[in-house]
Write a protein that binds this ligand. Structure first.
Ligand code: ZN
Length: 257
């Protein structure tokens, strides 16, 4: 439960928060952790000043500031979802408005595993705790204003759906091992670089067209090979066989992003 100050529910599991717990008349409560507070304020100030979330993450990663999970910072940790209150820039605890009861753990009848389910907003509970305040109201509102403008702008530009590709998510970045996906219509690129900045991974990018052609020709050869034909004759799927033994990775043209 301690991570809610960083990012509310988004990173609750496995994250760490250093807000010390203290006993009060009302039960246990938290005290603001000064180091976290400085980082939170930095994130709000830079975002309000026009930095992109990627620039902020890259700056934090470049300085070796650990993310709430202890790894590198990524954009979604900052931006999250305004509706769900997730993401540091949406966390109202930083202006002293503490919200809880947003979700509950239910047991999945099929798997027996506990799953988190969002509660409707009507069931959320709010408490004003001004001693949690890290960010002043004018800064909070400046961030809200910019988020609203971002959404309007992206709507006006007709934000297109991510490009459909043959091999997105199947390929890995040779430098960091993260996924490669279509970063634009022409290139596959490293997701770590895209979401966390160059200090997390320098990033590679490869031409999609050439990469697709090369991989398809490998697949074609594989499908026409004798073992694959034997699989076909035996009624097994050569596609699943090819996926089990993927062709070499990182074969395409590499360039710094
Ligand atoms: Zn990478």
């Amino acid at each position: 439960m301690p991570s809610r100050f960083w990012a509310n529910r988004a990173w609750q599991a496995g994250s760490r928060s250093n807000w010390p717990s203290v006993k009060t008349e009302r039960g246990s409560d938290y005290q603001v952790n000064k180091e976290e507070a400085a980082i939170v304020r930095f994130i709000f100030e830079k975002f309000a000043a026009g930095w992109s979330t990627l620039q902020i993450c890259d700056d934090l990663n470049g300085r070796g500031v650990p993310s709430p999970r202890g790894g590198t910072w990524r954009r979604s940790a900052l931006y999250g979802s305004p509706n769900k209150g997730s993401g540091i820039l949406n966390n109202s605890a930083y202006i002293g408005v503490y919200i809880w009861n947003r979700s509950q753990w239910l047991k999945d009848p099929d798997s027996g595993k506990r799953v988190r389910e969002d509660r409707p907003e009507l069931e959320w509970k709010t408490d004003h705790r001004d001693h949690y305040r890290i960010v002043q109201d004018d800064l909070w509102h400046a961030v809200r204003a910019r988020m609203g403008a971002d959404r309007l702008n992206s709507g006006a530009k007709g934000k297109s759906a991510p490009p459909r590709t043959l091999f997105s998510g199947v390929l890995c970045c040779a430098l960091c091992g993260g996924a490669l996906t279509a970063i634009n219509p022409r290139y596959y690129g490293c997701v770590t670089r895209k979401e966390r900045g160059k200090h997390a991974c320098e990033g590679i990018s490869v031409y999609r067209e050439q990469t697709d052609e090369r991989l398809l020709s490998v697949l074609r050869d594989e499908l026409c090979s004798e073992p694959a034909q034997a699989d076909i004759d035996a009624g097994r799927s050569p596609i699943s066989r090819a996926r089990r033994y993927p062709p070499g990775r990182g074969q395409g043209r590499q360039s710094k992003n």
